[in-house]
Design a protein around this ligand. Sequence first.
Ligand SMILES: [Zn+2]
Length: 283
Amino acid sequence: MKNVLSFDVEDYFQVTGMEPIVSRDDWEIYPSRVEQNTQKVLEILGRHNVRTTFFILGWTAKRHKQLIKQIANSGHEIACHGYNHRLVYDMTNDEFISDIKRAINLLEDITGQKIYGFRAPSFSLDADDIEKFEMMAELGLKYDSSLFPVRHFRYGKTGQIPLVPFDIKKGDRVVIKEFPITVVNFLGKRIPAGGGGYFRLYPNFFIRHNFKKVNAEGRPVIIYLHPWELDPDQPRIKGIGLGNAFRHYLNLSKTQSRLEMILQEFEFESFVGLINNMKFDKC
Ligand SMILES: [Zn+2]
């Protein structure tokens, strides 16, 4: 079964947990490591001959155009992670549409390819916010992967959404496809199957166990990582609080070997690749 491994491409100082310390106006002054970290990801994926999806932050794309071209030329799908990494539920509809439109236009200019997918920074989209999904569709997007159906103070509200890819509808009309991040039932609770901080937190056997379980249920595993998660030597930002520091710095040195493990044992595909193999309309 084909699964989807996706990368949210941003620098280590742009994550939401750093916001109280690192203001957007100061992004330029932090030493960027996104280039070298993404090169590392591309090298690993190339060695395993795997194609995947990269959700790129517009701000980053503007400053690293060659890198974005290189990702696209390596056969990976380029998708949108917004322009300024603002939480979607904190933006008005006008702010949201101008933020993602700016990013989509830039990514399409750089790659010469159509952009089909969106992921909200920190999964900050509410499942019942149909207007936001309609705006994505109006901009030509075909799918979203921003819903993460677990309880987390930063993620958007997801209610009782399906745990498999599904159509977001308004009445009977399909607005856009949704690929929720994969969760599994564990001791009566929903937990992430692995991805991001959970990928670094769980032991290898548990990640493998969850993936096998999800595939045995007939579901593709949909997980995410960031290039900075493969960078144990990144500068440490002080004062972000214990919780944020734990989520950001835990086991950074283990990400690469775990990534190699899942690439060896499971099959992966980009979102567009998966859509084109499903019963959905093709991109
Ligand atoms: Zn992000």
